[in-house]
Design a protein around this ligand. Structure first.
Ligand code: SME
Length: 160
């Protein structure tokens, strides 16, 4: 099965499982699990949430993979850049990314997709890391951005 077909199937699965679920955390846990199960090269798959109390800091949320950094300042590393700019980051080799945070030295490429409320407020980031270089491309970006828009369409922080 090619990558696009896998994304189409896993996107339908995520929407079916999370339908009617109001918990943001339950939605994030489901996305992390199903994406990680669907793609063999997804080495770390999970979320960083905007820490409302601190405002300019991310705190780790549900994930699948090895131990992740607990907190990341806005502007630091790939996640911090995605948070600061509000734009998806696709990085072919993290060693070429200024200020990259090495939570696990096995991670070589990554994609980070911002999660917004329908009102446009940044609430979290989806971070997927791979042990190979250049795993992610515009296909991953397109399907993951669409999945984040669909899954978190009605969520706000504190909706648990
Ligand atoms: N790679 C990220 C840090 C988080 S982890 O890899 C789980 C970054 O540079 O933002």
């Amino acid at each position: 099965m090619d990558k696009e077909q896998k994304y189409i199937e896993v996107s339908q699965q995520v929407l079916a499982v999370t339908e009617g679920e109001s918990s943001l955390i339950a939605r994030m846990a489901t996305v992390s699990c199903l994406l990680s199960e669907a793609f063999d090269d997804f080495f770390w798959t999970g979320f960083y949430l905007v820490d409302e109390a601190k405002g300019d800091e991310l705190v780790v949320g549900p994930y699948q993979g090895s131990l992740g950094c607990l907190r990341i300042a806005f502007g630091r590393g790939v996640c911090g850049a995605a948070a600061a700019h509000g734009q998806t980051q696709v990085v072919d080799n993290v060693h070429d990314f200024p200020g990259h945070i090495a939570c696990d030295s096995r991670s070589l490429s990554e994609i980070v997709v911002p999660v917004f409320t329908p009102a446009g407020k940044l609430i979290a980031l989806l971070d997927v890391d791979s042990e190979s270089v250049a795993t992610f491309d515009e296909i991953d970006q397109r399907y993951l951005e669409q999945m984040m828009a669909d899954v978190f369409a009605r969520c706000t922080l504190g909706s648990d």
